[in-house]
Design a protein around this ligand. Structure first.
Ligand code: AMP
Length: 421
């Protein structure tokens, strides 16, 4: 192909979800929505782009997301906008803007949609990816931390995701982090030259972010750094111990991972991830935590919050494929009158919830039957000149080859019945 005619391809780091795969997405989304609703969550939808400052302030100035990964642009009105890289700041903005905090608390919301991060594309990491997100506002009790971990685990179990591991930690509050940051900075300072350039910068800006580094040497070195769990204030310690004891009460197995700080600045107290070794290097299928300060930092009410986000692409790669049985009826006809009778019948049947596909091109009966076969039609409805005269229809079951004639009044029941088999 010449350069001029080069086909326009999907942008690097994005991908099309083709119909067969989209079915799996629908199945997973339906299962998730069903479970979220069982726990009292309701859907909320916010715009795909927001004012850039929302993420700078919410996600945090020192995070990799804000410093390197945002899709930020100036619109025709001269405003700086950003395609959302994560969901939490948008929900917080929406709650404050619509005074949702005046409703009975806790508020429980869920959301499903695309996110955008200019990260290096690789397996399990895309530039447009999708998340299912849940958030609870106005509940301080660590029982809710345990409840959302239990809900996440239930979702993965329901979707038959095997080989999953729950990692939990506490990153403390601003009070406990003061002492910790001082010691962490001092430890990092001692090995400054061995850290990557980015981490050297983080020593000054936010040493906690060194734990997010993807460079192997930095990861190895950080294993020797002090851990936040040794610095928790009595309130954070009690919260973490209770959270773990509630998980024990559910009989949920988990691992305490003291270096799990997650890549966002706003976390306080609980953080957690569910990982799977089947995912390779990008092993977190979902992650979340508590962020008790964000609401008031945005000038809203003093309202604690906790949530998690599931990466859809990673989740889907772990969900086993389940063959979906086609149940549509393929209409085959001979002659214009039969075509018209078929169109009328299809109209009626679709209103009764029967999926109908009707051939519009004038082809031979053999040709139409072979198309039905290629499409995998389980049932074919045949209308010939004879049938038009009598007002009847033939139904052929493709698996057994059995073919019978029915009156119009019988068709609906017969099709409904055979769809069950
Ligand atoms: P985060 O919003 O960074 O806490 O991530 C939550 C979840 O979103 C992760 O556990 C991943 O499953 C998924 N995720 C994050 N970034 C990406 C990405 N670039 N591509 C695909 N999935 C991602």
């Amino acid at each position: 192909m010449s350069k001029k005619n080069k086909q326009i391809a999907a942008i690097k780091g994005t991908k099309d979800i083709l119909p067969q795969e989209a079915r799996k997405w629908q199945r997973v989304e339906a299962a998730a929505k069903g479970i979220f609703e069982l726990y009292g969550y309701r859907e909320i939808r916010t715009p795909v782009f927001e004012a850039t400052v929302l993420f700078e302030k919410g996600t945090g100035q020192t995070t990799d997301i804000v410093t390197k990964e945002m899709y930020t642009f100036i619109d025709k009105g001269g405003r700086s906008l950003t395609l959302r890289p994560e969901y939490t700041p948008s929900i917080v903005r929406s709650i404050i803007e619509h005074n949702l905090h005046l409703r009975p608390q806790p508020l429980r919301f869920y959301f499903i949609g695309p996110m955008f991060r200019f990260d290096k594309p690789q397996k399990g990491r895309y530039r447009q990816f999708h998340q299912m997100d849940i958030e609870v506002f106005g509940e301080k009790d660590p029982a809710v931390d345990a409840e959302i971990v239990e809900m996440a685990d239930f979702l993965l179990q329901r979707l038959k995701v095997k080989d999953r591991q729950i990692l939990v930690n506490s990153v403390g509050c601003r009070k406990c982090r003061l002492g910790y940051q001082k010691d962490l900075r001092a430890s990092a300072e001692k090995v400054r030259e061995r850290l990557c350039e980015d981490c050297q910068r983080k020593i000054e800006t936010n040493p906690l972010r060194i734990f997010d580094c993807k460079v192997d040497t930095c990861r190895e070195i950080s294993l020797g750094f002090p851990v936040i769990t040794d610095y928790l204030c009595p309130e954070c310690r009690e919260h973490f111990d209770k959270f773990c004891s509630y998980l024990d009460g559910y009989g949920i197995e988990y691992w305490i991972e003291p270096r799990l700080v997650r890549g966002l600045d706003y976390y306080t107290k609980t953080t957690f991830e569910i990982v799977s070794s089947k995912l390779g290097a990008q092993d977190a299928v979902l992650g979340g935590g508590r962020y008790d300060d964000m609401m008031k930092d945005f000038g809203g009410p003093d309202m604690s919050a906790i949530g998690f986000a599931v990466g859809m692409e990673r989740l889907l790669s772990l969900v086993p494929y389940e063959e979906e049985r086609e149940i549509f009826v393929y209409f085959v006809w001979l002659g214009d009158e039969a075509k018209r009778a078929g169109m009328k019948l299809a109209r009626l049947l679709r209103r009764e919830g029967i999926e109908c596909l009707i051939e519009y091109r004038d082809r031979s009966l053999r040709n139409q039957m072979s198309r039905a076969d290629k499409l995998g039609a389980p049932r074919v409805l045949i209308i010939g000149e004879e049938e038009v005269k009598k007002g009847t229809f033939q139904i052929k079951r493709m698996d057994t080859g059995e073919q019978k004639e029915y009156r119009q009044e019988e068709i609906l029941d017969i099709l409904k019945e055979s769809a069950q088999k």
